[in-house]
Design a protein around this ligand. Structure first.
Ligand SMILES: Cc1ncc(COP(=O)(O)O)c(C=O)c1O
Length: 431
């Protein structure tokens, strides 16, 4: 506390410094750049071993609380929250790969991740090969080289709704002593926990279902915490060799959790995609209702997909929950609690019909986002997949009449009524 006779400017800054001890029910939002040290030694200890909190870029109690929650939900040993899903993907990849290394990725991934691999990591000397038939373990195995450092895929992929058989591809990664990193954004840990099926790391865009409200961006990496330095340390020297100035290696300090410890100590704070504590709080609020939302959204999506498949205007529906989808059997085995809420369908009327559709919907919102409590629509061919060639788009199920839906928690009858109204209006124009 400032002395009573301190000047106005000093009192304005220091008079509110007293913090009352309390036990709030909600996670407190520690919206602060950093934390005061108790004394000289406390500061030195924090810088020495990283315990406690010093500066929000290297750790924050609100962020940490959400990390504990997400690690528990994904059955991981630890989690690292970052500023966006894109930051989670790049942090995960830079934790395992550097110049001269190689990554194998599913070709059915979010366009931002694909661009990161092709345009950005390539410039840093990380090469990528892509697998199209992600269900075939041999297709992955055939691309593994001595310098391959990770396999990367999405559990439920956009746009064709390809489903990753996590255990069989995790086994291929494990044979080579490298992690399978799964982007689990579309499934969420409510529907699928890839670490329980042998994946070593999970990443998410927390901006989507985890938050659910569409108000913030965020991303998370979760690690299973069982990396084996004796078996695979030669592939990851940055984890097993002493650090600059003789600091003991990450593996000697963190054992099986070395990979996520390295991401936390060395990758995220240096590249700097720090989440705002306020955003972390909002993601934490969203996560509390994740199960209810996923249950409802998956049920709504299945009903909408079935309805669309029955319509003459619709040429095809790519939803793994439908028996017509090539991965339906795998999806039924892997996703017993629901098939997620994001899928595409293709209108027979091509781009003109798609244009009319997005301009006529009312309950469904036209925007580039998924996993919101609101139902959303986007025309991938002219937006997210616009930079792909026609042949690539075709191979990925993105045709001129294809639309992506992310189904929300509205009453499903109102979503179907919105679709019905749009189709009826299109028929009137034609007749
Ligand atoms: C599957 C998937 N992964 C990662 C991302 C990137 O997440 P963010 O937008 O939070 O950076 C997205 C964004 O749409 C996504 O759909």
């Amino acid at each position: 506390m400032p002395a009573p006779n301190a000047s106005f400017a000093t009192r304005a800054i220091h008079a509110a410094r007293r913090v009352e001890a309390s036990s709030p029910r909600a996670t407190p939002i520690h919206l602060t750049a950093g934390f005061t040290f108790d004394d000289f030694d406390h500061a030195a200890e924090h810088f020495g071993d990283g315990t406690g909190f010093g500066y929000s870029r290297t750790g924050n109690p609100t962020v940490r609380a959400v990390e504990h929650s997400l690690a528990a939900l994904e059955s991981g040993s630890d989690a690292l929250l970052v500023a966006s899903g894109q930051a989670a993907v790049v942090t995960a990849l830079l934790t395992v790969a550097g110049a001269g290394d190689h990554v194998i990725s599913s070709t059915h991934i979010y366009e931002g991740s694909r661009g990161l691999l092709l345009d950005n990591l390539s410039r840093l000397g990380v090469e990528t090969d892509f697998v199209d038939d992600i269900a075939d373990p041999d297709a992955w195995r055939a691309l593994i080289r001595p310098n391959t450092r990770a396999l990367f895929a999405e559990s439920i992929a956009n746009a064709r709704n390809d489903i990753l058989d996590v255990s069989s591809i995790a086994a291929v990664a494990d044979e080579a002593g490298i992690p399978l990193i799964v982007d689990n954004t579309l499934a969420t840990p409510y529907l699928l926990r890839p670490l329980e099926h042998g994946a070593a790391m999970v990443v998410h865009s927390a901006s989507k279902f985890l938050a659910g409200h569409g108000s913030v961006l965020g991303g998370v990496l979760v690690d299973y915490g069982r990396s084996d330095a004796a078996r695979t340390g030669h592939l990851y020297p940055h984890l097993v060799l002493p650090g600059r100035g003789g600091v003991p290696s990450v593996a000697s300090r963190h054992a099986g959790a070395a990979r996520i410890a390295y991401a936390r100590e060395s990758v995220a704070p240096r590249f700097g995609p720090t989440p705002s504590p306020l955003n972390a709080f909002l993601i934490g609020q969203g996560v509390e209702t994740l199960g209810l939302r996923m249950e409802r959204q998956s049920r709504n999506a299945l009903e909408v997909a079935r309805w669309l498949e029955s319509r003459d205007e619709v040429a095809s529906v790519d939803y793994a929950g439908l028996p017509s989808h090539p991965h339906h059997a795998l999806a039924t085995r892997l996703l017993p609690d629901g098939f997620g809420a994001v899928f595409t369908f293709t209108l027979r009327g091509g781009e003109p019909a798609a244009r009319q559709f997005v301009e006529r919907v009312d309950v469904i919102t036209h925007m580039t986002h998924i996993g919101d409590v609101r139902s959303l629509v986007l025309h991938p061919a002219t937006t997210s997949h616009a930079v792909r060639t026609d042949a690539e788009r075709h191979a990925h199920g993105v045709l001129p009449g294809t639309l992506r839906l992310s189904i929300g928690i509205e009453d499903v009858d109102d979503i179907v009524a919105d679709l019905s109204r749009v189709f009826a209006a299109a028929r009137e124009v034609v007749s």
